[in-house]
Design a protein around this ligand. Structure first.
Ligand code: C2E
Ligand code: CA
Ligand code: CA
Length: 746
């Protein structure tokens, strides 16, 4: 990201370069700073037609207007559809063409969601070059899109003198944009080209897929035919009896460029996309230079048209249908809820979300094909059982949605479907599911809000145990609002440095030596209130914010360790809690390496704590990451040990260094001889047998410490020795115990 911003500065500070060397000016209009940065970053160092790209930036439609008035020669604008309001982008487009009269400027629309496809009329009327969803814009796609747009701009610009041509091209390609279907499109192309050249509408077009088998006359199909060629539509190229025409078309495709003969022409139409087309025309006279340029512009526009043709057909089908199950998808469900909400009167409608239990485990254990079979079987049974007006949809992953009138959609009928085993081609399997529902009129907002409410109920149901059923009520919504508020505050607290770390010392029981500390996060609000991590860590995990917060914790804790080391507390171990979201993050190892390098901590003095339940989530993955962590010299502890269900063999495979006995077991050690004490004893023994160091947390009394020591527990941490302290208190605390430590009597 930092590199991205450098780039912006670099680009904007070179406006005085000679004009032939000057970059193509591309204006990014988007209200998300990220999009600017990633775009600039993606195009770094790339050139189009031998010239670099120079980016200009606007963060709203209003700002874009100012830039467009002040700046000259902007070739392309990459324009966000949704900014200040849902059609800020489109009104800007209107403004660009109508008020500002910028006709050469090429417009590439970008949108976050596929659902926001602009209307065909808008694309046509405002001569929009291209339309992409942001997720589609990979580096390569972005480059191709920009190249096509810049090339088109360049050509438009060069021949701007010829108003006739310009008008024709703009109107012509816009018209083509609106056409659907390859045949219709191709015949439109013939009409347009011959119209441009003032020729009778006569010619043919062949097409092939870019990636298909080697070029040969019989693999090529005629997709448009006009005039005396009309009868050849949908025939292979071999049916054209004019050998010279065939040869010209083949040359055009194999050389990937248009061929202008004396009285015949083969034009290459779009080669950057899935389909390549070539058009053949007879012309009594050779085509002149100006007309050639005109035609070239037109043809390069067609590349974009073709790509859009593809995009539109994709949008209309896949926008509403789940590709795997061929069921309506989430977008379609949202649309239908909206529709039914608008209906006045009629019966109360309910949305039931149904989530398959343990699907991800099954998927992982038995493979995706097996998972797909389960999904198909469930989808099939649901659609067999429920017909219109009930809508069966796949919302995402293993979550299905059922929408319909209360009388047609009874819980009982839905749950009953899971009483019978499902047929999976060669086997039968019982599948259970958890359900969450909402009455659609009880949820405020639009269809996606309704789905959200049902998911809240679903989560509640899951918390009550798999296989259960929960119905949304307003209380749940308030809970969510509260969480949203908390998350917003947490984010701001993180940005404004209101998070800090406390450190709780750890003691070696045999010697009383202070061996290290665990870093624990603290949040102090502006009003001075301390919010405990138990209240915000889960939200940070849920929202993904934990990844950034965790990185910050890691770096700070490592830094603290090196400070202590320098202050003479040598060999002090720093334990840092790492949550699964962090652990699972693809950059985790890099983040860890960077923290080690930047803080110069001795890796042997760092320990990562992962909870037992987390280690159980994705065994193989976790085992792999732990292995990598250990190759860096960093050690790993299993936190809250005893609360998960890890088997001995799994623990062995985990290859960790330390087990941290959960507070609950320590807490239970009150009176000797109780069964709880036995559990603590067993856990310690288990750890010792595996050759691991065992540490007890939450040690509050002398008696507990003494018993733990007798049981063979190696280390301890708890209020008995010290509460977590901030760094200012930690140093004097350590200083005062430099010689004595915290001895525990036998
Ligand atoms: P944990 O990792 O099990 O941390 C131990 C918790 O027990 C700490 O609560 C600590 O203050 C508390 N504790 C220590 N000694 C005693 C004692 O003698 N008696 C009692 N009753 N409690 C004791 P804290 O600091 O509120 O942290 C709660 C949890 O929040 C932690 O549990 C950990 O899961 C999470 N957490 C804290 N900091 C971080 C962090 O930086 N990253 C992540 N991912 N999680 C963190
Ligand atoms: Ca911990
Ligand atoms: Ca713990």
């Amino acid at each position: 990201m930092i590199e991205g911003s450098d780039e912006i500065l670099f680009c904007e500070e070179t406006p005085d370069a000679p004009s032939s060397q000057r970059g193509w000016r591309v204006l990014i209009v988007d209200d998300e700073i990220d999009v600017h940065q990633t775009t600039v970053f993606a195009m770094r160092g790339l050139q189009v037609l031998g010239r670099p790209i120079e980016f200009l930036h606007a963060y709203s439609a209003a700002e874009a207007r100012t830039v467009l008035i002040a700046e000259k020669d902007i070739a392309v604008t990459l324009l966000d559809v949704v900014m200040e309001d849902v059609d800020a982008g489109l009104s800007l487009v209107r403004n660009i063409r109508e008020t500002l009269g910028l006709h050469e400027l090429r417009i590439v629309l970008r949108t976050g969601q596929p659902g926001y496809a602009p209307e065909m009329d808008i694309i046509r009327d405002y001569d929009i070059n291209d339309y992409k969803t942001k997720s589609e814009l990979t580096r390569i796609k972005l480059y191709t899109t920009l190249t096509a747009a810049i090339r088109s701009y360049n050509q438009l610009h060069t021949i701007a003198a010829s108003r006739r041509g310009l008008d024709l091209i703009v109107r012509g390609s816009a018209k083509l944009m609106a056409e659907r279907g390859i045949n219709e499109f191709a015949s439109g192309v013939i009409t347009q080209i011959t119209g441009l050249l003032g020729l009778p509408p006569e010619g043919l077009i062949i097409a092939r897929r870019n990636d298909s088998e080697p070029l040969s006359t019989d693999s090529l199909r005629i997709v448009a035919a006009a005039g005396r060629y009309a009868g050849l539509l949908n025939q292979p190229l071999t049916c054209v009896d004019d050998a010279e025409a065939r040869e010209l078309l083949m040359r055009c495709l194999s050389e990937e460029s248009s061929v202008f003969g004396a009285s015949r022409t083969a034009l290459l139409l779009g080669s950057s996309v899935g389909i390549v087309m070539a058009a053949y025309l007879d012309s009594a006279d050779p085509i002149g230079e100006t007309d050639r340029q005109l035609i070239e512009v037109f043809c390069s526009n067609i590349a974009v048209c073709l790509e859009n043709l593809d995009l539109f057909s994709q949008l209309s089908v896949s926008a509403y249908v789940d590709p795997l199950l061929k069921l309506p998808n989430r977008t379609r469900l949202v649309q239908e809820i909206d529709h039914r909400k608008r209906k006045i009167g009629g019966e109360e409608e309910i949305l039931i979300l149904l989530d398959l239990d343990h699907f991800s485990e099954t998927n992982e254990a038995l493979g995706h094909h097996y998972g797909d079979r389960i999904l198909r079987a469930v989808g099939a049974r649901l659609s067999e059982r429920f017909a219109s007006p009930v809508l069966v949809a796949r919302v995402h992953g293993d979550t299905f949605g059922l929408l319909g009138p209360l009388s047609r959609l009874k819980y009982h009928d839905v749950t009953e479907l899971f009483q019978e085993p499902f047929d999976l081609d060669d086997s039968e399997q019982m599948i259970s599911a958890t359900f969450g529902s909402v009455l659609i009129f009880e949820s405020a907002g639009d269809g996606s809000e309704t789905i959200k409410c049902a998911s809240i109920a679903l989560k509640r149901a899951k918390a009550n145990g798999r296989g259960s059923v929960a119905r949304y009520d307003r209380e749940m919504g308030i809970e969510v609002q509260e969480r949203v508020r908390l998350l917003r505050n947490l984010r701001s607290a993180f940005q404004h440095d209101r998070l800090f770390l406390c450190y709780q010392p750890q003691i070696e029981l045999a010697t009383g030596r202070i061996i290290g500390a665990e870093a624990l996060i603290r949040w102090k609000t502006e009003s001075g209130e301390l919010i405990p991590p138990d209240r915000f860590i889960a939200i940070a995990e849920y929202s993904g914010l934990i990844v950034d917060i965790g990185q910050w914790v890691l770096r700070n804790a490592c830094h603290r360790q090196t400070c202590l080391e320098k202050a003479g507390f040598t060999g002090f171990r720093m334990a840092v809690n790492v949550s699964i979201a962090q652990f699972r993050h693809p950059q985790f190892i890099d983040v860890l390496k960077q923290a080690l390098a930047d803080t110069e901590i001795n890796p042997a003095q760092l320990e990562l704590e992962i909870t037992e339940s987390m280690a159980m989530l994705e065994p193989d993955y976790v085992i792999g990451v732990i292995r990598t962590v250990k190759t860096l010299g960093v050690s790993v502890a299993v936190d809250d040990f005893g609360t998960g269900f890890s088997s001995l063999s799994y623990l062995q495979r985990l290859d960790v260094d330390r087990l941290k006995i959960d507070r609950g077991f320590v807490n239970a050690i009150r009176s000797p001889g109780q069964t709880t004490e036995c559990i603590a004893q067993t856990v310690i023994q288990l750890g010792r047998n595996l050759g691991l160091t065992v540490i007890a947390e939450g040690v509050e009394t002398e008696a507990q410490a003494r018993l733990l020591k007798q049981m063979g527990c190696h280390e301890a941490q708890g209020y008995l020795f010290a509460r977590p302290m901030d760094s200012a208190d930690l140093t004097p605390w350590l200083e005062a115990r430099r010689d004595t430590g915290c001895p525990v009597d036998d």
